[in-house]
Write a protein that binds this ligand. Structure first.
Ligand code: NAG
Length: 325
């Protein structure tokens, strides 16, 4: 016999009502709590979605742990991004170590002088400028690449950069990894000139374009030597300057042997000098990493995707630029 049923019926009713009131307020509290949590979650997601602009002081928090960049990550670890750069004796690359501590990356710096500098990695050849460093890195790390690799020149400051000013560190702090994840390969410079729409036959020739014109004449043969394919594109266009970010998956879309063949060519070709080798590879990186032979995204959309510089498009009065996710 329970205590309740021994009570007068009025009292029993009172206790039962009280019990269901407690139950009701318990469920109500739970509901309010859940609603509050849901609201907070929504707000946070909304904030992430509605503010693609990333300030230099608050770099894109894009990665969690070791991943393929598939989820939207929150913390970036040093193993998530490799920073690969060549270095000559007169270039100061000390910024890279400091930068990587803040940004979350690991620098791989290759000495490119005849007499190698201590404490730096050695490329397989000294020919072809950055091409030797970039390809050596890929060949040596093919089986254990970071989710993202950024290939840059060693100096922190040069005209090759465009968005966020001439300093590579500022450029990288503003870089949207969402763009790299979505496109697989993203050039760091968005401006179309030089390089677009046609880098083999530019509208305005630089002195070097004339000096190295033989390479354009021989382009189909060179293309065959590099890719083992005889259908060389008749036009090649790309944004300038050989600095880009590539995902691990995109690098691995080619077998390691492709990169070994490219590196072998860089180290052993007798077609041209070291500058000509670098000049040739610079026209091909985007093709190596799976983009169309003419890869010239509109500069405004590029800046929006890659640096979060969005909003109304100044070139087309009514279009609002939205960054890629
Ligand atoms: C150049 O060719 C030699 C001989 O085939 C080879 O041992 C060497 O690795 C090549 N250089 C590069 C950078 O691949």
């Amino acid at each position: 016999m329970s205590a309740q049923s021994s009570l007068p019926s009025g009292m029993a009713y009172f206790y039962q009502t009280r019990k269901s009131t407690i139950q009701r307020s318990f469920f109500l509290s739970c509901f309010i709590l859940l609603a509050a949590l849901f609201f907070l979650y929504q707000t946070e997601v909304f904030q992430i979605r509605s503010s693609p602009e990333i300030s230099a002081v608050n770099p894109t928090p894009t990665l969690t742990g070791p991943n393929d960049g598939i989820k939207t990550p929150l913390i970036r670890g040093s193993n998530d991004v490799a920073l690969v750069a060549p270095k000559t004796r007169d270039e100061n690359v000390r910024w890279m170590a400091t930068f990587c501590k803040q940004f979350g990356c690991t620098p791989y710096i290759y000495t490119t002088d005849e007499i190698p500098e201590e404490d730096y990695l050695h490329p397989r050849t000294l020919k072809g400028h950055e091409a030797a460093a970039y390809l050596t890195y890929i060949v040596d790390h093919y089986d254990h690449l970071s989710p993202f690799t950024i290939f840059i020149h060693g100096k922190d400051e040069h005209w090759h950069n465009d968005a966020a000013g001439p300093k590579t560190s500022n450029v990288l702090l503003n870089l949207r990894f969402e763009a790299a994840r979505a496109y697989g390969y993203v050039n760091l410079r968005c401006l179309a000139v030089p390089g677009c729409p046609d880098s083999l036959h530019p509208a305005v020739n630089q002195k070097t374009d004339l000096e190295y014109h033989q390479l354009v004449e021989d382009f189909p043969q060179i293309y065959y030597e590099l890719f083992g394919e005889s259908d060389a594109p008749s036009q090649v266009g790309h944004q300038c300057c050989g600095q880009f970010i590539v995902t691990r998956d995109r690098i691995r879309q080619r077998p390691r042997s492709d990169y070994e063949r490219l590196l072998h060519w860089v180290g052993n070709t007798t077609r041209t000098d070291s500058y000509g080798i670098g000049w040739t590879l610079e026209k091909l990186w985007h093709i190596i990493f799976g983009m169309n032979a003419v890869h010239c995204p509109p500069v405004e959309q590029c800046r929006c995707d890659v640096y979060g510089w969005c909003g109304p498009n100044p070139s087309t009065s009514n279009e609002v630029l939205i960054p890629i996710r």
